[in-house]
Design a protein around this ligand. Sequence first.
Ligand code: ACO
Ligand code: LMR
Length: 274
Amino acid sequence: GKVRAPTHIISTISDDRGEEPCYAGVPMSTIVEKGMGIGDVISLLWFKRSLPRYCTQFIEICVMLCADHGPCVSGAHNTIVTARAGKDLVSSLVSGLLTIGPRFGGAVDDAARYFKDAYDRKLSPYEFVEGMKKKGIRVPGIGHRIKRGDNRDKRVELLQLFARTHFPSTKYMEYAVEVETYTLSKANNLVMNVDGAIGTLFLDLLAGSGMFTKQEIDEIVAIGYLNGLFVLARSIGLIGHTFDQKRLKQPLYRHPWEDVLYTKQVMQWPMDAS
Ligand code: ACO
Ligand code: LMR
């Protein structure tokens, strides 16, 4: 019989060997003929299945709402400085992308992990938040530099509205709202941010759609798929910022000295630089 040589790579998401490429078994012509969108393509390539319309719409809304947030945020700032240093598109893009992490845009997975754990263990908001404080961990998905209890993040409200209208259950997000009520009683900047909204609502999507087993959900959360949504979305804006700087023929950026505190005096080391 035939002897199958061991392969060096295992891959399961797309295949271009036939007449036309297939994403998770779905031919490209079907994707085009059926008028599928980017949410469907993400479903096929990331989750390896066709998800119901409300799920793919939710994914698309996440991508649209996180595409950009002005020139002053970490990612855009890096991209602008890099583009102004004369670097190419890819360098400017990745320079911005590299800022995405636990403080900026990359708290989606940890928000899903911590909120899921707390909800599943039936912790009260008080127990959850104070437990995190004891461990010295800021609650991922809570807090914002400029948004406040009396100036909420519109993106969060739009995502919540969509999910409350279309999802069978929003239990994880509603739990996050209870947590937010508690954190807001401590400080006015401790609102649910867009990472927290996407993280908890994606838990609701995974659990409520009936398309994923419990084991698959645990794996998606453990691997950390959800920061990918922010990375993908913000790439759109960062590419835009690169083109913008080039079109405006902006010169090399140099930060104004007036904005720097330079001191030769020995300063006390910050106790917590996390
Ligand atoms: N959980 C608990 N306490 C918090 C949190 C939080 N998530 N955020 C702030 N605080 C409290 C802390 O007591 C903090 O004091 P500390 O420095 O001694 O820890 C105090 O509020 C003051 O916080 P600031 O440092 O002034 O808040 P800042 O405006 O610098 O931080 C940030 C904003 C980085 C978003 C912060 O709230 C945070 O780390 N949140 C968790 C990570 C997160 O969700 N990031 C995504 C933000 S949304 C986005 O980037 C698209
Ligand atoms: C963003 O989406 O980039 C913002 O929420 C971050 C910020 O600091 O405004």
